[in-house]
Design a protein. Sequence first.
Length: 207
Amino acid sequence: MEHIKEITDLGVSVVFFDRICESFPTTKVTANDVESAFQAVEHLIQQGCKRIAYMYVLQNFSIGKRRLEGYVKALEKHNIPIDESLILRCDQDYEGNYQLLKSLLNGSNRPDGILSPVEKMAITAYYVCDELQLNIPNDVKIISFTCLSFASLLSPSLTTVVPPAYEMGEKVATLLMNSLEKKKYKLYNEEIHLPATIIERNSTRLL
């Protein structure tokens, strides 16, 4: 982060948003990823899910770690044991991720719910379910973090956790404008968390 420090040393205001550097001393604006993942898992539990898989991507980013934290906290609240076999550590290898999920869903003790932290993995789950002839949501329910505008057009329509992208951008712009216009305005070393929104659709609805 030395290059960013060089910028701030010149008096340039810097604000992080979404994927942040936690160690850099400035204001960071993010979605409330822990609480959002918690609510997503709790939504699946309310729909009757007892074995919930988490497709763990973005493992080296705070955003991925916080969503995993929310997943774990929701299970703990509802006294559901943490099963490491349900935490799929995915990467950029599409075929590898596909086979990993296929193996899990083809097993004798498959999950009845899936939380995907990115839309790409949710689409992978749809393809795997189609190949294995698993019905969504009767056999497995799926919820995903996404800003996809066509989530409602999937079959079945995808229940989504929608990060507050517009609100984050607006907040960042306001902070930067204030720092430019008001010489005494200080960007504190703090994190500002904005709430996401769950939009329930057919991929998690009880039928």
